[in-house]
Design a protein around this ligand. Sequence first.
Ligand SMILES: NC(=O)c1ccc[n+]([C@@H]2O[C@H](COP(=O)([O-])OP(=O)(O)OC[C@H]3O[C@@H](n4cnc5c(N)ncnc54)[C@H](O)[C@@H]3O)[C@@H](O)[C@H]2O)c1
Length: 739
Amino acid sequence: MGESRFLMCPPTHYDVDYVINPWMEGNVQRSAKAVAAAQWQQLQGVLAGHARVEQLEPQPGLPDLVFTANAGVVVDDRVVLARFFHPERQGEEPWFQSWFESQGYRVTLLPADLPFEGAGDALLDRSGGWLWAGYGFRSELAAHPLLAEALAVEVLSLRLMDERFYHLDTCFCPLSDGTLLYYPPAFDFYSNRLIETRVPAAKRLVVGETDALAFACNAVNVGRSVILNQASAGLRHQLETRGYDVVETPLSEFLKAGGAAKCLTLRLDEPRLVTATATGAAGLQKAAGAGLKTGAGLGLQGPPPSSLSRTIRLQGHLLDSGLINRALDRIVEGGGSFQVLDFALGQQRHSTSSAAIRVSAPDGEVMADLMARLIALGALATADGECDAALAEVLQDGVAPDDFYVSTIYPTEVRLAGRWHRVGRQRMDGALVLRPDVPESTAMAQVECRLLRDLRAGEQVVVGVEGLRTLRPEPAREGREARQADFSFMAAGVSSERRVELVVEQMAWEWRRIRDRGGKVVVVAGPVVIHTGGGAHLAQLVREGYVQALLGGNAIAVHDVEQALMGTSLGVDLQQGLAVHGGHRHHLKAINTIRRCGSLAAAVEQGVLNQGIFHACVRRGVPFVLAGSIRDDGPLPDTEMDLIRAQAAYAQALEGAEMVLMLSSMLHSIGVGNMTPAGVKLVCVDINPAVVTKLSDRGSLESVGVVTDVGLFLSLLVRQLDRLNQAWQEAEISTPQAA
Ligand SMILES: NC(=O)c1ccc[n+]([C@@H]2O[C@H](COP(=O)([O-])OP(=O)(O)OC[C@H]3O[C@@H](n4cnc5c(N)ncnc54)[C@H](O)[C@@H]3O)[C@@H](O)[C@H]2O)c1
């Protein structure tokens, strides 16, 4: 008998009585009791050869009491008791509590509504001294700072991603001497980085999926012995090479409930190593106060609890707009966890609801990212009253202060000296800069979005997340219904081929209305428009006054000119779809011709360029911007090869646009998407669903994606506009903008 102590609970009442993890599915009432009892006895016997085994009395109606690892986490004489996530297991809590109290442990109880499942999700590192804590399925991240405080250990949070490995101890096992037995795919990218930062490569023993699914990581390590359900020959060899003695003891009956050796035992005398980093919450707070940094230099170690949790407030039609769900999803997807602190549901049909939500993040970096996502949804970073935004000075031209707030496409307001100011020149990926030169009395914005390269030393920039809000106007119930008839009905997601015609109908209707009221529509187009035979349609749209600015690269213009001069596009005859003899030279001849003329406009004036999209633009006075790229042949004299100037010209062309039609150019469409504020209707047409999703998934009601051939789309659109024209004429409605 060794000196270690373990707690086990005989499987007298064990069975799979309910389904609370994927392992239990299909196994309800299917465990063979006699086999389970024999397997448990064998495990207990093996363990008793290395340690003292204490027994907890089994209780009827609590089949999972056998999994004592979930009782709590023990460090020295302190235990933080579990708060079970599922009601099915909550009945176990008082039994574990009274056992620990009877043994003289100092017991800490977490708040009743804060799930934490004991040593199933909290494992001490055997050489580092810190506590690895899992979250994502059963335990809440918000419990981690409380563990740090109660146990005076440093807590490193790991996010679990695979439902089959729902507790940390199912896929992660720190061994004596600092070796870590674990299954990396069970964790998110960030957690894997954290593990790799803390555990040297030589100490990381990665198990494959087969061993992981046989619960090889759910092992009990006492001294040099590793007791587990099953290990492949390869894993056994690796462990033995490292000096461990592998003891297999079959636990198939418990695997049916998603548990094995480690789940069935709780180490009662886990010694805490005190190391330079195992300072605990209080120590960390002091270290932070003294400007010290602990940990491995990535800023990944647990900062003081206060910076791990923040409370935000959400206001609006939270339920029927789905806002609350979106906010909670964003927190979880972003690597955080949440607790809804209060939720005041609007009493009247028109009244809004309000919720305070505590957001927890494993570190400041993740928290900053979460807060940015939530602010973009309309959340206020300060739940209890409003406060001013924090400012910091730009110290170097073109470089923002660390922690600057990164702007989004949504209309934003900044609170300064108690007043909210609307941000001007809204766009994404900028910094918010104060404009002290703008007098308060004018309507001009006193804070504006500015690209990093345009910042100047001495300017004040918004930092952090306080005193910021984005305005996501939510129509009231009737408004929402009315909008179904409007453009935004299409925002339900990326269109399938079947929906293309419907989208074209709605788009044509909207476009026609914008044109007739003198509004502005900008088209972004790539050369595929020409290859697919859409050039003539786009030219017609320009001629008929539907396009107020055209943005693209060198290629669209070169291909358009080639087609206008020689009837080919990259040497392919578009009428016949056949490559023309010597056609590959057409492309360069086209460039050469325009270069000789001096510009596209000059080519039109000289009578050299007589048709096509750019001919129509020049004739109709529609401005166009061609932004250069590394792929460009020539380039044409019109192509702006200075990218900063090209971006500025794009931004200028987009000012005041009501709608942007993006046609088959990933490069230019994404560029335009980044500089367009919410509220502008975006229609993205591309054959690749991934491109469409990227561009239309801005979370704004006004974007719609169409997955289809761009030539086909343009022909349908032109036909639909012609039909509308006819109908309009029959109804004798005036069309002042039509050519
Ligand atoms: N000769 C040249 O000078 C030359 C030639 C090609 C590209 N370029 C330049 O390279 C840059 C990128 O070019 P880009 O915008 O063409 O490429 P891109 O890869 O950014 O975008 C092309 C898009 O078209 C989509 N697409 C392909 N077939 C389609 C179809 N039938 N219907 C609808 N969508 C379809 C693709 O999925 C892709 O998203 C531009 O600046 C361009 O001017 C220059």
